[in-house]
Design a protein around this ligand. Sequence first.
Ligand SMILES: Cc1cc2nc3c(=O)[nH]c(=O)nc-3n(C[C@H](O)[C@H](O)[C@H](O)COP(=O)(O)O)c2cc1C
Length: 233
Amino acid sequence: MNALLPPTGLDAADLQAPVVPVAPATGLYEVIHRRRDVRSEFTGEPVDPEVLHRVLAAAHSAPSVGLSQPWDFVTITDDLTRRAFFEHVQAERKVFAAELDAPAAERFAGIKIDGVMESSLSVVVTYDATRGAPGVLGRHAIADAGLYSVCLAIENLWLACTAEGWGTGWVSFYREPFLRELLGIPEPIRPVAWLCLGPVTELQQIPDLERAGWRARVPLEAVMHSERWGLRA
Ligand SMILES: Cc1cc2nc3c(=O)[nH]c(=O)nc-3n(C[C@H](O)[C@H](O)[C@H](O)COP(=O)(O)O)c2cc1C
């Protein structure tokens, strides 16, 4: 075992394993385009632990700055915990609604923003900036690279859920101190996302916010620049 490497369970021979040849990832684009943020379609049925393990393993396979793997996953099924979070979300919903003008507030009133109580379980994903520190390779100039890594784990989880026929809903209507206290998350670890997970009856083809007339997606061409910002191809 190389003393410079942290213990991984791999021996020197494993570390010399040949690279995997590049092969087409059949179905990947289908999964990417099928993925939706889910609020209303959860069945709430108990989940297969093996599927949950695959989904979390997909999240844990994400790229991370300096191989820091700065994420943790807290699974939550307890109704009291979910209820407490749900009520906090409702309070934050009111805070946000109060910032809107009257027409927007009216539209927002008809939009569901979470499936906390309807989904099978929740997963809170956290960020630990101290993992692998000091000397996180690639983070010296961009501190946010650690958070980016956590978001990639979340996207992996989201796509894996979609591939499994599950839905995922990201809930960000919360204050970090509240969630830290609710789940006993120690400083300096930050909760990054409360995710609702589980089997669904169906996945919508059009995002809920678009169907509700809140916002429409912009075409790819509108966000493409060529060589310099603002120059279109
Ligand atoms: C960082 C982040 C936070 C989000 N927070 C919420 C939320 O609190 N409530 C909600 O209903 N949707 C939330 N969403 C989902 C977005 O509304 C959704 O991704 C977007 O409307 C596009 O829809 P789609 O994911 O189905 O393509 C969040 C998404 C992201 C990436």
